[in-house]
Design a protein around this ligand. Structure first.
Ligand code: ADP
Ligand code: MG
Ligand code: MG
Length: 253
């Protein structure tokens, strides 16, 4: 069952065309890795999918769970089960992280016809979920992303993932700057969420995370389109040979 279908997507940033007719289809339960040289437009793609204001769609169609995704605003997309981990998440001083997360969960529950969870249930669930992976939950007492270190931001995203249980998970370089143990935790959390229904689109430059997660598909984004698609072995080949050797020209050079 197709969860996301992107057809002929053209996206401008600051009036410059970054995505130039991109096609991509993701079925429920699949893990897709997105690779490509710096500046290829990987972040632009996932930002577009999460309705980031930088990205102007000029052409094309995006269907998510049979709905026109472009008709849904940021919060509707979240309530419909889309989760996005940004390369540079915003800091929100004055908004308590725990409050933010509980509000997001309850907005999603209400949207889907479920009752809200109260503070007690929320805490119980946080303890259960973070406990499984030994994730420090002190972060929840602070303001959202305010002064979070790189590692803390990533850890916070893992807590959000576990609590929100989204259907389409997009991770933009969630492994960058993490040590080996932290990457293992990321992989454990993500693997635990793969229940055959949830789908993942992950951007990474590094082989280590892919080795632990084993994507079903590996795509290379180049010159505004998916230039090459393969299975996990494409990531291995890329790691070994580099982009140029597999016929991908760096458009920025
Ligand atoms: P990647 O994630 O593959 O490294 P990006 O999607 O971040 O690439 O960027 C694609 C292109 O869009 C790059 O040339 C980048 O400089 C440009 N770009 C991204 N964000 C902005 C922005 N806010 N303003 C201007 N240019 C941008
Ligand atoms: Mg980049
Ligand atoms: Mg990027």
């Amino acid at each position: 069952e197709t969860i996301l279908k992107i057809e002929n997507l053209h996206v401008n940033i600051n009036d410059r065309e970054i995505l130039k007719g991109l096609n991509l289809e993701i079925k429920a339960g699949e893990v897709h890795a997105l690779m490509g040289t710096n500046g290829a437009g990987k972040s632009t793609l996932v930002k577009t999918l999460s309705a980031h204001y930088d990205c102007a769609v000029t052409q094309g169609k995006i269907t998510y769970k049979k709905k026109d995704l472009l008709e849904l605003d940021v919060s509707e997309r979240a309530n419909e089960g889309i989760f996005m981990s940004f390369q540079s998440p915003i800091e929100v001083a004055g908004v308590n992280n725990s409050y933010f997360l509980k509000t997001a969960i309850n907005a999603k529950r209400t949207h889907n016809g479920l009752s809200e969870i109260d503070a007690m249930e929320f805490l119980k669930l946080v303890k259960e979920e973070t406990g499984k992976f030994n994730i420090d939950r002190k972060l929840l007492q602070r303001d959202l992303n305010d002064g979070f270190s790189g590692g803390e931001k990533k850890r916070n995203e893992l807590i959000q993932l576990l609590m929100l249980q989204p259907d389409l998970i997009m991770l933009d370089e969630i492994d960058s700057g993490l040590d080996v143990d932290a990457i293992k935790t990321v992989a454990n959390v993500i693997n635990s969420m793969l229940d055959g229904k949830k789908s993942i689109l992950m951007i990474t430059h590094y082989d280590r995370l892919l080795e632990l997660i084993k994507p079903d598909f590996v795509h290379i984004l180049n010159d505004g389109i998916i230039a090459k698609t393969g299975d996990y072995s494409l990531a291995l080949e890329l790691d070994e040979k580099g982009y140029e050797a597999i016929g991908i020209k760096d458009a920025n050079k």
